[in-house]
Design a protein around this ligand. Structure first.
Ligand SMILES: *Cc1c(COP(=O)(O)O)cnc(C)c1O
Length: 369
C-alpha cells in the first residue's frame, strides 16, 4: 500500500452520519453533511448521502464543482459567503449559499438571472462568535432586499458559533435565532424553510433536553468524520472516532542521544527543542511532515510520542518499541491534521469499506513490514 496515506473507512462515516441523522431527526433537525475537510471527496459525499443527510455543504466552490463533475446530484450549499469573483460559478453549481453582504447577494441575483436559475440564500446572523454574520438589527432590511431581488429565494437564516471565539451554542443564543426567524416571518410575511443553528459544536445543545425552538437544521462535518462534538472535542456516544487514520512509513530507526550537541540556533520552524537529558533513546523518523499535515493534531499509538516535525520528517520517540525501516505507524487525526493531510497531494487517500471494530474500541496501531 502507498504511504503516507489517510485510511478512510466509508462505512464508519455512513454509520456516524446515520446515527446523527436519526437522533437529530427525532428533535426535528435535518443534517447537511459537510465535505470541506475532505476536499469535497465524492466517496465521502456518497457515504454521507447513503446515511440520509438531506444534502451536502462545502466552503469551496472548487470542491462543489468537483462533486458535480462526478455526478453528485444532491442539493449542495456553499457554506461560506461567495467571493464576488465567483458568483457565476456559485449559482451554476450550488443550490444555496450562505450570505452576509448585500453587494454579494445582488451579484448572485444578476448571475442567477443570466444563468436562468433560482438560487437559495441563507442569511447568516452574528450571534457573538464574531466570525461571519449580519448584526441582528440589520437582518430584516437584508432579508427585504433578498426578497426584492429576482431569481433569489430566501431559504432561511443561520448562525455559526464556536469557530472563531469559541462561543458555545446554548439555550440563549439559539432562542435569539428562533426569535429572529419569527420576527422575519411576521414582518415580511414569508416562510423560512431553514433555521440553521450551527455545526458540530451544537451537538450538546441539539441532542440535549433543553432544546426547543425553531432551529431545524445543522451542518455537520467533524462529528460525522471524527465522531466528536467540536466544543470540547468529546466523543459522541455511539459514534466511531477512528473512521479516519493516518499511516506513515518509517525511514530511519536508531538509538540516539536525547540531547542535541553543538551551538543551538533556530529550528526549521522557528521553535527550540526540549532540553531534558533522558540518555539514549529509540528515535524513529517517518516520511511525512509539516508540508502534509498538522503534526500537533496526530494521536500516536500507545508507547510512542512525537518529538517534533520539519517539512518532510516526523520524529518519534518509540520508547521500548524498536520499529523497522519500512514499517508503518498509524495515527489518529484531529480536524486540523485531517484537513491538511486531505489537501496534500503527497498523502494518498485509501478509501476502505467494512467495519472491523465497535465504536470506542482501539485497534492495531502499527504494522511491521
Ligand atoms: C466548517 C463549517 C461547518 C461544519 O463544521 P464542523 O465543526 O466540521 O461540523 C458548518 N458551518 C459552517 C459555516 C462551516 O464553515
Amino acid at each position: 500500500m502507498n504511504a503516507p496515506r489517510l485510511e478512510v473507512d466509508l462505512d464508519k462515516i455512513t454509520q456516524n452520519a446515520r446515527l446523527l441523522v436519526e437522533e437529530l431527526g427525532e428533535n426535528g433537525i435535518t443534517v447537511t453533511g459537510v465535505t470541506k475537510s475532505c476536499m469535497g471527496s465524492v466517496e465521502v459525499a456518497k457515504a454521507m448521502l447513503r446515511a440520509g443527510v438531506n444534502g451536502l455543504g462545502d466552503a469551496r466552490i472548487e470542491n462543489i464543482e468537483a462533486m458535480r463533475q462526478q455526478r453528485i446530484a444532491a442539493p449542495i450549499m456553499l457554506i461560506r459567503s461567495p467571493m464576488l469573483s465567483q458568483v457565476e460559478r456559485v449559482v451554476r453549481h450550488a443550490d444555496i449559499s450562505f450570505n452576509t453582504e448585500l453587494a454579494v447577494v445582488r451579484r448572485l441575483s444578476a448571475a442567477a438571472q443570466l444563468a436562468e436559475r433560482t438560487h437559495g440564500v441563507v442569511l447568516m446572523v452574528e450571534l457573538g462568535d464574531l466570525r461571519e454574520g449580519i448584526l441582528p438589527g440589520d437582518l430584516v432590511n437584508a432579508a427585504r432586499e433578498v426578497l426584492r431581488l429576482p431569481n433569489l429565494v430566501l431559504t432561511g437564516i443561520g448562525t455559526n458559533l464556536a469557530c472563531h471565539s469559541g462561543v458555545a451554542p446554548d439555550a440563549a443564543n439559539m432562542a435569539d435565532l428562533s426569535a429572529l426567524a419569527d420576527e422575519l416571518e411576521e414582518t415580511l410575511e414569508v416562510k423560512l424553510e431553514l433555521v440553521s443553528g450551527g455545526n458540530s459544536a451544537n451537538l450538546d445543545w441539539a441532542l440535549g433536553a433543553g432544546r426547543k425552538g425553531r432551529v431545524n437544521h445543522l451542518r455537520l462535518g467533524e462529528a460525522i468524520l471524527l465522531g466528536r462534538e467540536s466544543l470540547h472535542r468529546q466523543p459522541v456516544d455511539g459514534l466511531y472516532t477512528d473512521a479516519i487514520a493516518l499511516v506513515a512509513e518509517v525511514i530511519e530507526s536508531k538509538i540516539k542521544p536525547s540531547l542535541p550537541w553543538g551551538t543551538l540556533g533556530e529550528t526549521a520552524f522557528g521553535e527550540g527543542v526540549t532540553s531534558m537529558d533522558r540518555g539514549d533513546m529509540a528515535r524513529v523518523i517517518l516520511a511525512i511532515g509539516e508540508q502534509d499535515l498538522d503534526p500537533d493534531g496526530l494521536q500516536p499509538p500507545e508507547g510512542l510520542s512525537i518529538l517534533g516535525a520539519s517539512s518532510d520528517h516526523l520524529i518519534l520517540n518509540s520508547g521500548t518499541h524498536r520499529l523497522q525501516v519500512g514499517g508503518e505507524v498509524r495515527f489518529g487525526v484531529n480536524y486540523s491534521a485531517l484537513m491538511r493531510a486531505m489537501t496534500s497531494p503527497f498523502v494518498h487517500k485509501a478509501m476502505v469499506r467494512g467495519i472491523k471494530n465497535k465504536p470506542g474500541a482501539v485497534h492495531s496501531l502499527y504494522n511491521r513490514r
